[in-house]
Ligand binder design. Sequence first.
Ligand code: NAP
Length: 280
Amino acid sequence: MAVIIDGKELARKIRENLKEEVDELKAKGMAPRLAVILVGDDSASKIYVKNKSKACEEIGIEFEEFILDENIQMDELKKLINNLNARKDISGILLQCPLPKHLDVNDALKTIIPEKDVDGFNPLNVGKLSLGQDTFVSCTPFGIVKILEEYNIPIQGKHVVILGRSNIVGKPLIQCMLQKNATVTVCHSKTENIEEYTKQADILIVAIGKPKFVKKDMVKPGATVIDVGINRGEDGKLCGDVDFEAVQDVASYITPVPGGVGPMTIAMLMNNIVKAAKEK
Ligand code: NAP
C-alpha cells in the first residue's frame, strides 16, 4: 500500500513559516499585497479566487480584488494591469484564467511586469525558468517539487513521466524536473500507446483533466504517483486523473484528490508573493 502524501499538512507548515516572514516584512514597512483580477463570473474561477483570498488573509498578506465585466475590452484590461504594475504598494498581480474568449490571454499575461508575475506566466519568467535562472516558478509545478523534496523522494537519475503539456503545469514541470537531473518523458493527447511510457515511470505526474484515466496496470510497482487533475466523477464527487483506490495498491507514494497537489499550489503562490515583496 502506498504512503498517501498529505499535501494539506505540508501546505499548512509552509504557510505557517511564511506567516513569520510576512510579520517581519510588515514590521519593516514592506507589507506584501496581492492584486487579483477576475473577468466575468465563472463559478470555478470565483471559488479559486476565494481560496486564494482566504490563504492570503490567514498569513497576513493584503488582498485586493478587481472584478471586471465579462464584456470588458483588451485595452481596458491592460490599462488596469498597467496601473497595478505602477503601484508601489502592490507586490504581486494575478490574472485569474480562463479569460472570456474575446480577450488575448497571452497579451494580458505578458502585460504583468516580470517582478510582479507571481504566477510565473510572463514569457520572460518562463524563459528564465528554462535557463535555470532565479524566477517565479509557476505554482503547481513548484508545489510538486516541494512535495517530492519534503517526502525525500529522489528525483536525480529517475525517469519522470509527465502526462499533459499545458503552459501552466506540464511544460514548466519539464524544466523543474530537468533541473533536478531527472530523465523526463512528456506525453499528451497525441501520444500513442501511452501505457508503454507510464509503466516506465519512477515518478508519474498526471495533469490531463480526465477523471481516473491512469489505471493500476499503467503504473510500475513502487512508483511515485502525483495526481494534478481536479475533476467531477460520475458520482458527482471530486476526483483526480488517477484511479486512486486501485493505484494506491501498486504505488509507493501517491497524492490524493482533494488534499494533495491543490493545497500546495496555493501555498507556493503565497511563497511567490512573499518573494516578490522581499525583492521589491
Ligand atoms: P489543459 O490545459 O487542458 O491541458 C491538458 C493536457 O493534457 C494537454 O497537454 C493535453 O494534450 C493532455 N491530454 C488531454 N487528454 C489526454 C489523454 N487522453 N492522454 C494524454 N494526454 C492528454 O489542462 P491543465 O490546465 O494542465 O490542467 C490539467 C488538470 O489539472 C485539470 O484537471 C485541472 O483542473 C487540474 N489542475 C489542478 C491544479 C491544482 O492546483 N491541483 C492546477 C492546475 C490544473 P494536448 O496538448 O495534445 O491537447
